[in-house]
Design a protein around this ligand. Sequence first.
Ligand code: 4FV
Length: 222
Amino acid sequence: MKIDILTLFPSMFSALDDSIIKRAKENGLLKIKAIDIREFSKDKHKKCDDYTFGGGAGMLMMPQPIADCMRSVKGYKSAYKIYLSPKGTPLTQKKVESLAKKKHLILLCGHYEGVDQRIIDTYIDEEISIGDYVLTGGELPAMVLIDSVSRFVPGVLGNDESAEDESFSSGLLEYPQYTRPADFEGMKVPEVLLSGNHAEIKKWREDESKKLTKKNRPDLLK
Ligand code: 4FV
C-alpha cells in the first residue's frame, strides 16, 4: 500500500519509524511518504495560512500550497484522498478494513481552523474523524489511521500478531486476557483458562465480552 501524507509538519511522522510499521516499510509492504505543503507555497515568505472570509477567530490553511502539493503526488487522481477532520465520518474498525483494501491513500492534515473548503470540494473523497474532540492538527489522526489500516495489509502483522478475534472484530469488546505466571502476587488467573476445556473457555470469553461491552460500550450492543 502507498500512503502519501500532505502536512506542514512532516517530521512528526518519524513516530512511524519503529516496530511493526518500520518493519513493514523495510519489507516494502508500506510505502509511506510525508510531503511538506509549505514547499509548494508561492508566497515569498512561504505563508500557508490566512484570515477567514466573513471574520471569526483563527487562521485557515490557504488553497494554493495544498492544491499544488496534491497535484505533485504521482497518481493523485486515482488515489483515495482523505482529509482528517472532526467534521468527518467516524474512523471505525469496519472503515479501517475497507480502507486497507485501497492501493493508494493520500492523507491531508489540517492545522489552525482547518483548510479552505474549495480544497475539500475539489480533491477530497472522504473526511474522516478519529473522535469527537478537537486536536491542534491532523497529523496524529493521520498516524492513527495509518497504524490501524496497516494491521490489515497482508504480511504487516507477523503470525504472532493477529488482527482476528480482537475488539470490534466480533462487534464486541475483547475478553480479559492473562499470561504467565498463573499466580502473580497472589492474583490468580481464572481457573477456566487453565482447564484446557476449549468449549468452557470459549463460553467464558463470550460472557466476559458481553459483560464488558454492556458496561463500557452499550451502544455496540444495539
Ligand atoms: C481531528 C479529529 C481534529 C481540527 C482543527 C486539526 C483538528 C485542526 N481530525 N479527527 N478529531 N483535527 O481534531 O480528525 O485543523
